[in-house]
Structures are given as C-alpha cells and as structure tokens.
Write a protein that binds this ligand. Sequence first.
Ligand code: ATP
Length: 347
Amino acid sequence: MTARRTHTVTLIPGDGIGPEVTKAVVEVLEAAGRQTGVAFAWHSFAAGAEAFAQSGSYIPRELYDSIASTRVALKGPVTTPVGGGFASINVTLRKEFELYANFRPVKNLPGLATRYPGLDLIIVRENMEDLYAGLEHVVVPGVVQALKIITEKGSTRIARFAFNYARKHGRKKVHAIHKANIMKLSDGLFLSCCRKVHEEFPEVAYHEHIVDNTCMQLVMNPYQYDILLTENLYGDILSDLCSAFVGGLGLVPGANLGDACAIFEAVHGSAPDIAGKNLANPTALLQSAVLMLRHLDESEMADRVQAALEAVYTDGRHLTGDVGGRAGTQEFADAVVAALEALPAAS
Ligand code: ATP
C-alpha cells in the first residue's frame, strides 16, 4: 500500500541493548506501516556517552530541537553511570520537555505462563519531582543531603492524569502509594492533592496504601490493584517489581507524557550484561511503540502490531531467552513481521 500519511518521529536508539531492540522495533513498524499506508521519517540521534564522544555533548542541541519540532520520540535505554559521571539523560529529557506523567501498563501477554495470569494494572508515576530533582550536596564531609521535592502543582497534575485516565478508560480504582507516616509533609502533600482531585471523580474508587505494604500486597494479590498512582521513586521501584508479574523487564512498555511532547520508552534500562549478543527481548520497546501509535491516532496500526506480537507469544516458537525461549532479538522481530503478514489485509 502506498503511504497515505507520514509521521516524523525522533528516534534515540540509546546504548547497551538499545540499538538492537530499536532496530527490531523499527523493522516491525515499517512492515506494519507498509500494510496500513503509514510511513515514518525517523530523525535518529545518539545520546549519553556515545553522543559525548561524537559531539562533546551528552544531549546534542539537535536532539532537543528535533523533539521540540516532532513532539514525539521513540527512545531506547541510555546508560546512566552509577555514582559519578553525567546526569541521567532520561531524567534530563523528562524535565526539559515537562513530561510529567510516566504511564506504565503491566499486562500479561497470551501464551506466557506467569504467576499471575490475566493481570492488568497500570502504574502512573510522577516523572519530574521527588528525589529525582537531583538536588544533592555535601553538608560536611561524611554527611550528604538529598532533597525530596514534592509540589502541589506536580502532585495535583499527576493525580488528575490518573483519574482522567480511569474515567476515560473505565478503570475502577486508583490507589495512591505513599510513606506519609514517615514523610509527613512531602508524602502528606502528595496525598492531600490526590484526595482533592478524587473529589472531581466520585465514580472512581480511591484508596491509599503505604509503599512497603504495597510491595507485600502486590506479591500476595496484585489483582486487588487497578491504577497505582505514585511519586517518582516509588513508581520506579514498583515498576520493576510489577514487571516480574508478567514475565520481566523485557515486556513492560512506558510513555513519558507532557502537554506538548511525548517520549515512548521501555521500563527496562540498558541491560549491559546481554548487550550486543542478540539476546534482548524487543517486546517492551515494541509495546511502547504501540502506545506511541495510539498517541499518533494510528489505532488500526497499533491493533495490528499488538495482534502480531500476541500471535508470536501464542505460537511460542520464536520467543527470547528472558521468557523461556531460544530465539535471538532478530529472529523474534522476523517472527512478528511474519505474523503481521499473516493477518487479514488492512482496511
Ligand atoms: P535502569 O535503572 O537503568 O532503568 P534497570 O534497573 O531497570 O535499569 P536493566 O538494565 O534494565 O535494569 O535490566 C536488569 C536486567 O533485566 C538486565 O541485566 C537483563 O538481564 C534483564 N533485562 C532488561 N531488559 C531486558 C530485555 N529487553 N530483554 C531481556 N532481558 C532484559
């Protein structure tokens, strides 16, 4: 089918397993685009250490300019050095473009035996504040202070995002996750904002759970949750925990959403232990790309990619090692393209 529409998208392959999973996802999207009359103009940029080696800057000016003009990016993981080194590229981009909502659906894929079949929960994580403000300093040698920033504005808008999503998509419950028994002012403010926003959404049930109890409750019975509404750090930790319920970090997608721009990226990081070995599972980035297609109003294409992905999981012969298969990244991507071709023709 000849292309009827072209989407210009900023592409950040990233490092570690990023380039492998990005290549796989681009191949799938282009195959699906050929079937549905959608073309992509990819503006591809390095970021992080690789960009620094090339251009002397961790986030090149052209990358910022590209996102500002395309307003949508698909991003692989970019390594953040532990301890010293440069600031997180992920966090920097989220702040620069005010991507205040991190949306992470945790859902089982068919055919995968997991401990919690049929699980379908969503993490809505505040994406710009909290300990991620990066405000740390040495008070005196041997004493370091990190500032946890929680604002009424940030808490209110992430709560409104969660409740709006619940209303629009018929989700029943929102749990605000906190540690307000200890952090009475900061988490207390977060909770008071959530309660206030809830008053506008009486049809959505609202509960509050303490974060450590939430970890236990999640492992005992994750089905009790629908939408988890969290500050930044708790959301990061709970995302990795919840990814294990549906098969691991290789599967769970994410979207960083603001009022003007959106960056779609997997929950996982750069996984250096398996980088460059054709072992990485591209499903998490592919499901992030499905979220991107919905954001671009390409719902037919999104449905087709998701259906092809699910067909590969149902079939089970071309899965990667992290979910018990033997296929490499490329073989998995080829299987998704073949599954796309086996679907009925697009309208
Ligand atoms: P970050 O803090 O940067 O987000 P993380 O703590 O989420 O990173 P990762 O590097 O993403 O950690 O991954 C932890 C482990 O999970 C990896 O070492 C790897 O074994 C596994 N893993 C992550 N992503 C994938 C993937 N796409 N395919 C297969 N295994 C993966």
